[in-house]
Ligand binder design. Structure first.
Ligand code: SPV
Ligand code: MG
Length: 552
């Protein structure tokens, strides 16, 4: 669903006013709730008639003001929220006297309703097609006072008040109808709705001829519906209201479906004739929510999985890792690997594989799949990664098991749609890193003024940079592999495994291999906000980081 622009250039009230003032014949279609309003807008109508009859009917009550005005206004809010076209409310008699109308007009303005139509009958009213001739009309002066009060209370100058003349319905004839219309126009009504219950447009045409365009004229051809539009054009009618057709269409469709399913005991016969559930989702704006979830909640990547490399002991942490790998060291009261898994799950990455090695028996974490690299003592990262090959998916994140990072880093990585994306920290390296420096050289330095720049990895190296050459940053040990990237990864692992040094190869070796093959490896720059744990000092910093410290 295209939810309406929060600040459309032309207000809804002004657009309704333009429809009324337009020299062309315009039309409104009835709607009675958010869904029908969406359907009317999608069909191409320029405005909506919020019908008293159908709003009552969808509540299952009669068109006799049985639904309260606040219940009507509440429904109107749903309708206005999901559409971008003006809504003209059928406000019946204004739900009381001039004072009730003042409050109604104020509330409608606040809810983004473009105008209200009030009719010169008495509260509580009855639908014009139910014994219309027996219905009492309002006193002209009293009704004019109501119109004036409404106009005086509108805060938006373009809000429209349409005065509906019921004289023809009540059988008072053309002269009375014209007298009333003239008085209402003089009282400030923006348009006149002239209603007729005859099956032919004769009364309407006669009225229009005498009215002669003194103010915009609105009609409701429910009973004389077969009249060609040219008749209205010639009569200089401004606006035609199709007042109840959405509800009537729904009633018949619902009756047919309900009877068929009840009588046959199965929906088989109706399934092809009713809207699909997907169509309902579409009209509800499900796509917009899914996009928002991706944007704001990091959700909805059903196939994104993660492989965490956590086979090493973490030698530099001495006694602390005597009985467990460093991934199981507690930071801020939680093992590092638990923190990582929680961070992944926050972004809806729920399929998590941990490749353990050293003291794999101590890695007992709920909600992960454990894979063991039995050769951990002699092998490196790539060997561990290859142990998880059967767990690879077409969309996965690979991470070192000793990482801590702020949530946005993973979220931004998951927004990347490149086949391979590596996270590179461009913050200056102030102190010699405790682990391997993994210096990244990229096609462009980090320029944070550039929006989503296309930056490629050139190489990663732990060697001192040659004189005059500055690395672009540091690979933090996190990357994402998607689509064809998965095949590149699998092929690379197979190739590298055949090399004599294969046992010792690292993730940077793999990435350098991909770059050498001409595979594009995208760079996602960050600026701090992470750390890895290689030393006792790192461990102390990690505790600080979990309490909100700055990390690197
Ligand atoms: C409505 O739609 O509620 C109207 C038009 O008032 S009619 O039912 O034709 O009176
Ligand atoms: Mg009505």
């Amino acid at each position: 669903m295209n939810h309406p622009d929060p600040a459309p250039a032309v207000s809804k009230s002004l657009r309704l006013r333009r429809l009324l003032d337009s020299p062309r014949l315009e039309s409104l279609m009835e709607a009675h709730n958010g869904m029908s309003a969406r359907i009317v807008e999608e069909a191409g109508f320029a405005g909506i008639w919020a019908s008293g009859l159908t709003l009552s009917a969808q509540f299952g009550v009669r068109d006799n003001n049985e639904a309260s005005w606040t219940q009507v206004v509440e429904m109107l809010e749903f309708m206005a929220d999901v559409t971008d076209i003006p809504i003209l409310l059928d406000g019946d008699t204004g739900y009381g006297n001039f004072n009730n109308l003042r409050r109604l007009v104020k509330k409608l303005g606040q809810r983004g309703i473009a105008g209200v139509c009030i009719e010169d009958k008495l509260f509580p009213k009855t639908n014009s097609f139910i014994a219309g001739e027996r219905q009492a009309l309002a006193d002209i002066e009293e009704f004019c006072g109501k119109i004036k009060a409404g106009k005086d209370s509108q805060e938006d100058p373009d809000f429209c008040i349409v005065a509906r003349v019921e004289a023809l319905i009540a059988g008072h004839g053309l002269a009375e109808a014209l007298k009333r219309a003239e008085a209402y126009h003089a009282a400030g009504a923006d348009a006149i709705l002239i209603h007729s219950k005859l099956p032919r447009p004769d009364e309407i045409v006669a009225f229009a001829r005498e009215w002669a365009g003194r103010a915009p004229l609105v009609i409701v051809p429910t009973k004389y519906y077969s009249t060609p539009l040219t008749v209205y054009r010639e009569a200089r009618v401004s606006l035609v209201i199709w007042a109840n057709h959405m509800l009537r269409a729904a009633v018949e469709a619902m009756q047919a479906a309900a009877c068929s399913i009840h009588d046959s005991g199965t929906p088989v016969h109706v399934e092809d004739h009713i809207a699909s559930v997907e169509e309902v989702f579409r009209l509800q704006g499900a796509a917009e929510l899914a996009a928002a979830e991706r944007r704001y909640a990091g959700a909805q990547r059903p196939d994104t999985s993660a492989v965490i490399l956590a086979a090493t002991r973490g030698q530099a942490l001495a006694d602390l890792t005597e009985g467990r790998p460093k991934g199981m060291l507690s930071v801020g009261g939680k093992p590092l690997l638990r923190r990582l898994a929680d961070e992944l799950k926050k972004q809806a990455v729920n399929d998590i594989t941990v490749v353990a090695g050293y003291r794999a028996d101590t890695v007992d974490l709920a909600g992960i799949t454990l894979v063991v690299n039995e050769d951990h003592a002699e092998s490196g990262e790539l060997w561990s990664l290859a142990c998880a090959a059967s767990r690879f998916t077409a969309d996965m994140v690979l991470l070192y098991g000793d990482l801590l990072f702020r949530g946005y880093i993973l979220r931004d990585l998951l927004d990347s749609d490149a086949e391979v994306t590596v996270v590179v920290d461009s913050a200056p390296i102030l102190a010699p890193p405790s682990g391997s420096p993994d210096l990244a050289y990229c096609s462009r330095p980090d320029d944070r003024s550039l929006l989503a720049p296309d930056i490629r990895l050139l190489r990663i190296s732990s060697e001192r940079p040659p004189k005059g050459v500055a690395p672009s940053g540091r690979f933090i040990g996190m990357l994402r592999v998607r689509g064809a990237g998965r095949d590149w990864l699998t092929d690379a692992l197979a190739t590298l495994r055949g090399r004599p040094e294969s046992l010792q190869l690292s993730l940077p070796d793999l990435l350098n291999h991909l770059v050498a093959l001409g595979r594009p490896v995208q760079v996602l720059y960050i600026h701090g906000h992470w750390l890895d744990v290689n030393s006792l000092a790192d461990l102390e910093r990690a505790g600080d980081f979990t309490r909100g410290g700055s990390g690197k």
